[in-house]
Design a protein around this ligand. Structure first.
Ligand SMILES: Nc1ncnc2c1ncn2[C@@H]1O[C@H](COP(=O)(O)OP(=O)(O)OP(=O)(O)O)[C@@H](O)[C@H]1O
Ligand SMILES: [Mg+2]
Length: 372
């Protein structure tokens, strides 16, 4: 509180004697005093500074105090500043009631009783200090909020960058494993065929050995394909997102025995690589969760589009994800899902119904809104 400037009081009075009296009464309060002799001057002062309260003599030379109050109220800075009318007579007091409709908040009859005037002013000063403190706190909080928002934004950009780098690495690793190892294994297989053809008849043990080597090479080729497609499925580039999801669902069903019902559009969406990779990774995480946690027998996978969003819904009929899991900071898989969606300006809704299943809905705009 001590860092706040002294509250300012405006006294508007054309009578010099009255003005002096007011000053003396107010002097003992810890305030700055500004004076004005008429309505015009008062409205200028009100434009220049903020006042805790304005004391307004009701009888003024050109306009009466009520008109002065209206003029003061027109000024943005003093629109809500409390005004105390100082009325000379009872008639003025009646007219000062009109002051209430002009936005006045109180009136006092002259002659002024110092204690009463001081106590009224004190109330408004306390209120002013309280408001000023509150405004300062709000301003501070806004700065903190803004900093937080910026830092969150930076973190998100950083996360996006890391994701992108990771995907690039995975893509190039997948390609290398696929190409280098794949070619070497194919070469090995061709050499082995060459050898097999030249094996003299009757060498059963050797023929059997060659056969088992073929099997081993074929298994290794399968493993290489699996590893490289797990790193980054080539199909994502070859057949697009819907084709990949269809293929993944088939694989999932074969591997886990959980029935997959897919409802995907025939045509591809034509979304960029970032988006298709993110949707695919989210799909992988959700499906892995179904296999690991849901105890489901069936999964429904639906992909559709509205005007500007891609919407993927994956619903299982398992035990239903618990609220605690949804809220837990430790659910890093779920955190990753949400972050991936947020990076692309999208969102994820996850719902679990106890004993009925879990539904994950991902919605991603085709284009980032509000950004270049
Ligand atoms: N489909 C689901 N059905 C029931 N429970 C689920 C489902 N998906 C997730 N959960 C619950 O939510 C928790 C958090 O999931 P999350 O993917 O974040 O972590 P995780 O799968 O345990 O580990 P990680 O994904 O990091 O390997 C899981 O441990 C599980 O208890
Ligand atoms: Mg998980």
């Amino acid at each position: 509180m001590s860092s706040l400037p002294k509250p300012n009081i405006l006294i508007v009075e054309d009578d010099a004697q009255m003005l002096r009296e007011c000053r003396e009464i107010v002097a003992s309060l810890d305030v700055e005093i500004t004076t004005a002799g008429d309505a015009q001057e008062a409205s200028h002062r009100a434009m220049e500074a903020d006042f805790a309260v304005i004391l307004l003599g009701v009888r003024m030379p050109e306009r009466d105090g009520v008109a002065a109050a209206r003029l003061i109220r027109q000024c943005e800075r003093s629109r809500h500043t409390p005004i105390i009318f100082l009325s000379g007579t009872y008639d003025d007091a009646v007219s000062s009631f009109r002051g209430y409709e002009a936005g006045g908040v109180d009136y006092l009859l002259k002659p002024l009783v110092p204690e009463i005037l001081r106590s009224k002013i004190s109330v408004f000063i306390d209120l002013y200090r309280y408001n000023a403190e509150l405004s300062r706190e709000i301003a501070e909080r806004k700065v903190v909020e803004q900093n937080l928002r910026e830092s969150e934004e930076r973190l998100r950009e950083f996360a996006a960058h890391i994701q992108a780098v990771r995907e690039e690495e995975r893509t190039s690793m997948a390609r290398e494993i696929h190409d280098e190892l794949g070619q070497a294994l194919t070469g090995l297989k061709m050499d082995l065929s060459w050898l097999e053809k030249r094996l003299p008849k009757g060498l059963e043990k050797q023929t059997e050995k060659v056969k088992s080597m073929f099997r081993l090479i074929d298994d290794t080729i399968q493993s290489v394909r699996k590893i490289s497609s797990e790193l980054r499925p080539q199909v994502l580039d070859d057949v697009g997102l819907t084709g990949t999801l269809r293929w993944q669902a088939r694989e999932f069903q074969a591997r886990t025995g959980i029935r997959c019902k897919v409802d995907l559009p025939e045509e591809e969406f034509g979304i960029d690589q970032n988006r298709s990779t993110a949707v695919f990774r989210i799909f992988q995480e959700v499906m892995t969760n179904v296999a690991r946690h849901a105890k489901a027998t069936k999964v429904d996978i639906k992909l559709r589009r509205d005007a500007d969003h891609l919407i993927l819904n994956i619903a299982d009929n398992g035990r239903g994800i618990a609220q605690a899991d949804l809220r837990s900071q430790k659910s890093l898989g779920l955190v990753g899902i949400r972050e991936r969606a947020l990076i692309l300006g999208g969102q994820v809704e996850i719902e679990g119904i106890d004993g009925k299943g879990t539904s994950v809905t991902l919605s991603i705009p085709f284009r980032l809104q509000g950004r270049a």
